[in-house]
Write a protein that binds this ligand. Structure first.
Ligand code: ATP
Ligand code: HSE
Length: 354
């Protein structure tokens, strides 16, 4: 087969947008870009595992061993589910990452989607979007980040109620989906990965007012999603459930209206399911979300925790700098420094072949 090259580009995402815990996600203009070359090597050349070069966010912590790196392990999972035992030999990857790790901007979701697209391309599998999503959901089990990263825009999703057999298949431990591969990569490991059930996730893209931009206020510390989920309760009161449902129902349409209405949106971005429990992990969170309002900051529409945090997401039509700088003062009073960026809402992931 002749040498080939392709580039996978996956956006950052912000999940929840206030009341839509594990339901809604928004794709944003920071990208994980991976360029891959599959050289044409003679069939009798000894196997050589992928070479990974990596720059940008996470460079110091990301493993460059393809059998340890999240993105390439996901690619290998997709390949192995299609009877392809290993990566093609001698592939060269170059990743450029703009998405900070563990900040609530969907870095792991982007790595998972990049991995699924990589596996699809390397194996020339031609999987449809719905099937790509099934594979992503076997790794990242809440659909909000991965769906928005894959299809782009402001997206709502749910997981189908599976048959008992499919539910069991979809809930196998992550260690079985992405096993620790042996160091002697290249030998025959056998093929028994847990193949995803069909049609796990379903989604719809909502409208988005073109005048709304996102200000990402990014504290300079990492908070893993796993830790930020451990502090959540397992049951909620009816009042809290109804509080969030009422707001989410209004929010999904309110953010599509032109001009967007701050009176509707600010209240509709409040939450009682995850933010109140995460405030202990993110000093300054309640002060930022309650003291920066449309009346104190003209142009602001609403403000919430981005994903599992610690990033704060402010949706606004203007006044971006005042919002971010006032949030900086509040965080600084807690001893926390921040960076901030104005981000645009972008389309989904792409693969371009060269
Ligand atoms: N480009 C990447 N390549 C390999 N691994 C990555 C990459 N991006 C993220 N990861 C892995 O994902 C971890 C971060 O995942 P985590 O779910 O805790 O945070 P997040 O996805 O940034 O936040 P959130 O899910 O709240 O948006 C990193 O520590 C790293 O192990
Ligand atoms: N819905 C998820 C998003 C983070 O991955 C959470 O808030 O835990």
């Amino acid at each position: 087969m002749p040498a080939r090259s392709f580039t996978v580009k996956v956006p950052a995402t912000s999940a929840n947008i206030g009341p839509g815990f594990d339901v809604v996600g928004l794709s944003l203009s920071l990208f994980l870009t991976v360029t891959v070359t599959v050289p044409d090597v003679p069939a009798d050349t000894p196997f050589q595992p992928p070479t990974i070069a990596y720059e940008g966010e996470g460079t110091k912590e990301v493993p460059l061993d393809a059998y340890k790196n999240l993105m390439t392990r996901v690619a290998l999972y997709v390949l192995r589910c299609h009877n392809v035992i290993n990566f093609p030999s001698h592939i060269i990857m170059h990743a450029n990452n703009e998405i900070p790790f563990g900040r609530g901007l969907g870095s792991s979701g982007a790595a998972v989607i990049a991995g699924v697209l990589l596996g699809n391309e390397l194996g020339q599998l031609h999987l449809p979007t719905e099937r790509l999503l099934d594979f992503a959901l076997m790794v990242e089990r809440h659909p909000d980040n991965v769906t928005a990263a894959l299809v782009g825009g402001f997206v709502g999703s749910y997981l189908k109620e599976l048959t008992p057999a499919d539910a069991m298949a979809a809930s196998v431990p992550l260690s079985e989906v992405l096993p620790e591969y042996p160091p002697d990569a290249g030998q025959n490991w056998g093929l028994n990965p847990p193949v995803p059930p069909l049609g796990i996730g379903h989604y719809i893209r909502f409208g988005w007012s073109p005048s709304i931009k996102a200000v990402a206020i990014i504290p300079r510390f990492e908070l893993s999603t796993a830790r930020a989920r451990e502090c959540l309760p397992t049951a909620y009161t009816r009042q809290d459930l109804v509080f969030n449902l009422q707001r989410l129902a209004v929010l999904t349409t309110a953010l599509s209206q032109e001009p967007p209405d701050p009176n509707l949106i600010y209240e509709a971005m409040k939450d009682r399911v995850h933010q109140p429990y995460r405030r202990l992990l993110i000093p300054g969170l309640p002060e930022v979300t309650s003291s920066i309002t449309p009346s104190t900051h003209p142009g602001l529409l609403g403000i919430c925790l981005s994903g599992a945090g610690p990033t704060i997401l402010a949706l606004a039509t203007s006044g971006f700098e005042a919002i971010a700088e006032d949030a900086r003062k509040i965080f600084r009073s807690q001893g926390i420094e921040i960076d901030w960026k104005i981000l645009h809402i972008v389309g989904g992931s792409s693969v371009s072949r060269m």
